[in-house]
Design a binder for this molecule. Structure first.
Ligand code: SF4
Ligand code: SF3
Length: 542
């Protein structure tokens, strides 16, 4: 195995024996083969796309790639299933093309290779991994592209689930997957695709924003309760709002409460969920607190997307996965049957046998600042900046993580002077959303736009504000101090770069897959830089 896709990769070089995340070498290799087999699908899919999309292929591309994201799926069998399905779909599209008179000779390996058994597949994986790209810079740009596309798969899958799709996104994914490990592509070609990946990221996050707000309304500032009630509960984590909606419907009137965890917290800000009094609040911290939070929660836990940490024995039998999430030996809620909601009855039955959650904290937190809501605040914001009451805004969005170097973000937030405001999205928020309190003339010191994809709201607000004030977005009093962990954050970063945002500080380390030359390009073109120490960065940014 060789995996370097996340920020926790071993020694900031790569995981080669077993993932720091717990991923086993066979799963890592099979995930490489998932990508390889999706390249095979893309080969033929890109030839038929003009005649009309093949939705089965599009759906597989989203769900299969999503399952290779960090902390999503650790289940070997699920990977094999995806490889086999990719082979079948690929061959079906090829046959279609052949039936219409196309002939194929000298096909590349990904368009030909077919899974036969695991032993053969694991042998095959040795030749198709990232290290098969020999040039450091080509490999670096190829991985930047691949990981950005993995981020797209996640957000596009959520939009798709709610009935929203956009063909240029699928077309780009096909093209990008084919460019990864294309022996003929050069650095400039890859760099252009990396920028296009960022642009497609904006398009995908905009689509998801439309999907979420069309179905659930526009998030508005909202207090979310942190304590617990006396009923047994179900804890729901991840990013999938439709799962939450159906779970709330099915638990209504049963005496079972539903709590959000981690990236599901922002669901509380959508107006549609207000009608459910069985959605009682948020429990615990960001994803990596699950090893403590799931224990004390006492009831069943549903993981709708990443991040899943290999479950501890003390609560493993209460963990349920669904969608692209999976872990061998952990119960999985199957996909919806056409026209029907998912069946959460086993989870609900499980909750009935459990004691209520143990209280971890009390009080409330506030969030719900979609870009439309932020736009309504624009005059207040402009006044506060012109009168000197707000000196600067700090975009501190992205991911949280368990490594001690992440303390930087807590300390940075603590060190911010009182005339500054944090703009946040993603699970990075858990480092400061309970720490920094109060407001400046009605503008909260921590403005939470939502899940990591809602970084789109922060970028949209900044761009609209710049246009309104007729200034360059980089001249606004906004600093970017972004924390990354997994591949959705890679996409968010590429998206910000594609919008022309400069001087982003990225941490806690620069990605291991960025080679020295590619780093120079990013510094030169986008003035992207690593974060350093709290004191130094704060002085530079203020
Ligand atoms: Fe290592 Fe991260 Fe890959 Fe897991 S996802 S194997 S921690 S690089
Ligand atoms: Fe968090 Fe996994 Fe990235 Fe959606 S839940 S931001 S890390």
């Amino acid at each position: 195995m060789f995996c370097n896709q996340c920020q926790e990769t071993l020694r900031n070089e790569g995981c080669t024996v077993r993932g720091v995340c717990g991923k086993t070498p066979d799963v890592a290799d099979l995930q490489d083969l998932v990508v390889h087999s999706l390249r095979g699908v893309s080969y033929f899919q890109s030839l038929v796309r003009e005649q009309g999309p093949d939705r089965e292929a599009d759906e597989l591309m989203l769900s299969a790639l999503f399952s290779t994201i960090t902390n999503a799926n650790f289940d070997r069998n699920r990977m094999v299933d995806r490889i086999r399905r990719a082979n079948v779909i690929r061959d079906r599209i090829r046959s279609q093309l052949e039936a219409s008179g196309r002939t194929f000779e000298d096909l590349p390996d990904h368009a030909n290779w077919t899974y036969t058994n695991e032993e053969e597949a694991l042998e095959k994986a040795k030749g198709i991994g990232h290290l098969s790209i020999k040039d450091d810079d080509i490999r670096s740009l190829s991985l930047l592209l691949l990981y950005g596309i993995k981020g797209i798969s996640a957000y596009a899958e959520h939009a798709y689930t709610l009935g929203f799709k956009d063909d240029p996104i699928f077309e780009f994914m096909n093209r990008g997957l084919l460019a990864y490990r294309d022996p003929d592509i050069d650095k400039e070609g890859l760099l252009n695709l990396v920028i296009e990946c960022g642009q497609t990221g904006i398009r995908t996050m905009a689509l998801l924003d439309k999907a979420n707000t069309t179905r659930y309304g526009i998030p508005a500032p909202h207090n979310v309760r942190l304590g617990v009630g006396k009923n047994p509960g179900i804890l729901i984590s991840g990013h999938d709002l439709l799962d939450l909606e159906e779970l709330l419907e099915q638990t209504r009137g049963t005496g079972i409460d539903v709590y959000t965890h981690g990236e599901m917290l922002p669901a509380n800000y959508y107006p549609l969920f207000e009608k459910y009094d069985n959605l009682v609040g948020n429990y615990g911290g960001s994803w990596w607190y699950q090893v403590k939070d799931f224990d004390t929660f006492n009831g069943p836990v549903l993981l709708t997307t990443n991040c899943l940490v290999p479950p501890l024995d003390s609560y493993r039998e209460r963990v349920y996965t669904t969608n692209t999430v999976g872990f061998e030996g952990v119960k999985h809620i199957p996909d919806r049957k056409p026209g029907q909601p998912k069946d959460f009855s086993s989870l609900i039955e499980h909750a009935r046998r459990c004691p209520p959650p143990r209280e971890l904290e009390t009080g409330e937190i506030v969030g719900g600042f979609n870009h439309r809501t932020l736009w309504d605040l624009r005059e207040k914001v402009i006044d506060a900046v012109s009168s000197g009451k707000i000196r600067k805004f700090f975009v501190m969005a992205g991911c949280d993580g368990r490594h001690k170097t992440r303390e930087y973000y807590t300390e940075f937030a603590k060190a911010l002077p009182e005339d500054t405001v944090i703009l946040t999205a993603g699970c990075a928020k858990f480092r400061y959303n309970k720490l920094i309190k109060g407001d400046i003339d009605g503008i909260p010191r921590v403005i939470d736009a939502g899940q990591c994809n809602d970084s789109f709201s922060l970028a949209t607000f900044a761009l609209k504000l710049a246009e309104h004030l007729e200034v360059d977005p980089n001249d606004l009093p906004i600093e970017y101090n972004i924390a990354w962990y997994e591949q959705k954050a890679v996409l968010v970063l590429l998206s910000l770069l594609s919008l022309g945002i400069r001087n982003i500080h990225l941490g806690p380390t620069l990605p291991a897959f960025v080679s020295p030359n590619v780093r120079d390009i990013l510094v030169e073109r986008f003035q992207l830089g690593p974060n350093t120490t709290v004191e130094q960065d704060l002085a530079a940014m203020l």
